[in-house]
Write a new protein. Structure first.
Length: 262
């Protein structure tokens, strides 16, 4: 093949490729200015990070719409980019926590004005139900909780509406850091329990396909993001991902996981 034939072949390949992309390009051209379209290779097969069979991309939407008791601090890398600091724990849903003198429990105080998307308060009962679910549902969730020595419901105690206590079955330096990973998310237990059945005691079927701002159906993969009260309103208030991928640090959003008010 001479150079002219090679150039012709390359031009044909590019043109064919662009024609194949034309429906997508045309669709994105009509996207409203307040809508962010995120395209990645493949997407989540569930909206329930604790559910059995949830794939890796499920971590994306879960990380962005749910809160945990704790999160990781942040640091600036040598190239100037932001990254999580896994050696540093910071408050998220819990405004404070204290480890007992004997080192066998930790007590967490929840933020007083934390509410779910429907306005209902986030309570220690929601934390316990979410943790009970994570250790009993099986699969990766139970394995991940076990990595921090959280293995049975008896470890999780509701002291009062705003106070949750975690009892340690052993002293484990990974227990508190394990509270900041993606699995021990805090769910709206009242809402989830409304969809519990005898065959589905943890509402997996419903939670797999429902988060508050996912519109109409899971297949559309469309979610509205709302800034928290103390943050500026984002320029884009809607994200329509072909699949979801999340890289730290995340932008907070409102969903069945708790939001926080000051």
């Amino acid at each position: 093949m001479n150079r002219r034939e090679l150039l012709k072949s390359g031009a044909l390949t590019v043109t064919t490729g662009m024609l194949g992309l034309w429906p997508t390009i045309r669709a994105y051209a009509g996207t409203p200015l307040d809508t962010l379209v995120v395209v990645t290779e493949y997407g989540p097969n569930s909206l329930d990070i604790q559910g059995l069979g949830a794939n890796q991309p499920t971590h994306g939407p879960s990380w962005n719409v749910y809160d945990r008791l704790l999160s990781y601090g942040t640091k600036t890398l040598e190239d100037g980019t932001a990254s999580y600091d896994y050696k540093s724990l910071t408050p998220e849903l819990a405004e404070s926590w204290e480890v007992a003198e004997d080192g066998m429990s930790a007590t967490f105080k929840l933020r007083p004005n934390a509410v779910f998307h429907d306005g209902s308060p986030v309570t220690a009962a929601d934390v316990k139900w979410s943790f009970d679910r994570a250790v009993q549902i099986g699969g990766f969730s139970s394995i991940q909780m076990g990595a921090g020595s959280m293995e049975k419901p008896e470890q999780f105690e509701v002291v009062d509406d705003r106070t949750f206590r975690l009892h340690f079955i052993r002293k484990d330096k990974l227990t508190l850091p394990d509270l900041a990973v993606n699995i021990p998310v805090i769910m709206n237990s009242k809402l989830a329990k409304a969809h519990v059945t005898e065959k589905d005691p943890w509402a997996q079927e419903w939670l797999e396909r429902h988060q508050r701002f996912w519109t109409e159906s899971f297949d559309r993969l469309s979610t509205l993001l709302e800034s928290e009260p103390w943050q500026p309103t984002p320029k884009s208030n809607q994200a329509s991902p072909s699949s979801a991928a999340s890289k730290p640090p995340r932008k907070k959003s409102s969903a069945p996981g708790p939001t926080r008010k000051k």
